[in-house]
Design a protein around this ligand. Structure first.
Ligand code: CMC
Length: 431
């Protein structure tokens, strides 16, 4: 982080305060207000962090105006077409693309950690069968801290490394177990001869009663979905992981916190909500009704899978996924999928509507991912768990970066207090 010669001057009650300015390698300059309260006795106010950088980071960069997403400098469309999920995991975690030997070693380490502690099978059985798989995921990932005592010490770099690999390796197993449990089928153990995405499909869709062959088209599409969701800088769930870990909490507890945050419909839960919305719309002729509802200030309805805090032009992940949806559905012989038709028409209608143009609302990553996942055979309740398992590497990379940062201190926002000032307690008989 380089402090520039530039500074901002804040004038308050006739006093001037010089605030240093930092220049990033990309993106807008950042005004450093860390000493503002000590010097001027005021806080800044920024609910939702619309103008506040909560950390410095070298992992992911988004240019929302250009619709650009870079991981360690590499554009997401290149990674989606030329790379694969575990290579992107390596890149996010360690900062550089791996050599062939480094990749082989990393893949071996991840593959050797895919099984979960056998006793976890019993733990699953405590959940109701009809539990949402995200509910199970939050609980089981948090409970990993009760099973893996040798990777809880966040001050030990080796334990941090083991926890990172364990989480990346075991999340697909846990997500698949949550799914199997919800449909009353036996858990399927991971297979080390399959790649990461194919193994996940195998654990979700195979049954002991017969052979299951993973369709390579589907495993490639699955891998691409995982790659596109791997990281997204300081979004709500990543910031949750960072905030949770700022207190020194163990990595499994922190990732469980991230999963909980991801679940909401404004964040990772939007993929499930979007597909449900497309089904509710059902036919192209009903689109105007839903567009009108989305524009109506008195109606809480929003177009799910539309809009983004940072992207104000296009979400590059949505562009890749739209193409992927076409390819996958064609290859599966369902290219006349009515949901895809509704989605495409809805997108076109919204993109030509002054409301969406003016507010710079574009399809986001969640708009097309659900169509692909459903075509693969996943129920909507599994969409957000799949997002969670792919984002785990992003959370872990940001967590590792934060813990290694000497500036790391407990996250503790201030507030603009608008409540009562001090008053005397009134006995109940007098109220
Ligand atoms: N449909 C209709 N209007 C919208 C939408 C939408 N999807 N998104 C934003 N707006 C309007 C909103 O009503 C507001 O209007 P006004 O200025 O008149 O009050 C304006 O656009 C700005 O919206 P905001 O809520 O202040 O913007 P934000 O940056 O706080 O929210 C968002 C971003 C993603 C939460 C929001 O666009 C949204 O709720 N989208 C639908 C849910 C969704 O698809 N979420 C997935 C996001 S991408 C993946 C992920 O993060 O996990």
């Amino acid at each position: 982080m380089t402090e520039t010669q530039k500074s901002a001057t804040l004038t308050l009650n006739g006093e001037n305060y010089e605030l240093p300015i930092f220049s990033p390698t990309a993106g807008p300059d950042v005004v450093d207000i860390r000493k503002l309260y000590a010097q001027a006795g005021v806080f800044t106010y920024d609910p939702g962090f619309t103008s506040t950088a909560s950390c410095d980071s070298t992992i992911t960069y988004i240019d929302g105006d250009k619709g650009e997403l870079l991981h360690r400098g590499y554009p997401i469309d290149q990674l989606a077409s030329k790379s694969h999920y575990l290579e992107v995991c390596y890149l996010l975690l360690y900062g550089e693309l791996p050599t062939a030997a480094q990749l082989e070693d990393f893949e071996t380490r991840v593959t050797r950690h895919t099984m979960v502690h056998e006793q976890m099978h019993n733990f699953f059985r405590g959940f109701r069968r009809d539990a949402h798989p995200m509910a199970t995921l939050v609980g089981v990932v948090g409970a990993m801290s009760a099973f893996y005592h040798d990777s809880l010490d966040v001050t030990d770099p080796w334990q941090r490394e083991v926890a990172a690999v364990r989480l990346i390796a075991k999340l697909p197993t846990i997500a698949a177990m949550a799914y199997k449990y919800s449909i009353g089928q036996p858990f399927v153990y991971p297979r080390n001869d399959l790649d990461y995405a194919a193994n996940f499909l195998h654990m979700c869709f195979s049954v002991p009663a017969e052979e299951y062959h993973v369709n390579p088209i589907l495993s490639r599409a699955m891998d691409r979905i995982l790659t596109l969701h791997a990281d997204h800088e300081q979004n709500a769930s990543t910031s949750t992981v960072r905030l949770a870990s700022s207190s020194g909490a163990n990595p499994f507890a922190c990732i469980a916190a991230g999963i909980a945050c991801l679940w909401g419909p404004a964040h990772g839960g939007a993929n499930q909500a979007c597909l449900e919305m497309l089904k509710e719309i059902g036919t192209v002729d009903r689109i105007p009704e839903y567009i009108a509802r989305a524009k109506d200030k008195n109606d809480p309805f929003r177009l799910m899978g539309f809009g983004h805090r940072v992207y104000k032009n296009t979400d590059p992940r949505a562009t890749v996924l739209k193409q992927s949806a076409d390819e996958v559905l064609e290859l599966l012989g369902v290219d006349d999928n009515p949901l895809l038709q509704v989605a495409k028409e809805l997108e076109q209608t919204a993109l030509n509507d002054p409301y969406f143009i003016e507010k710079k609302l574009f399809p986001n990553v969640d708009f097309y991912s659900g169509i692909i996942l459903e075509a693969m055979g996943f129920p909507t309740s599994m969409f957000t768990p799949i997002f969670a398992l792919s984002r785990t590497v992003g959370w872990i990379s940001q967590w590792k970066e934060m813990i290694a940062d000497p500036q790391n201190k407990i996250g503790r926002p201030r507030q603009l207090y608008l409540g009562e000032t001090m008053r005397d307690y009134i006995d109940i008989e007098q109220r």
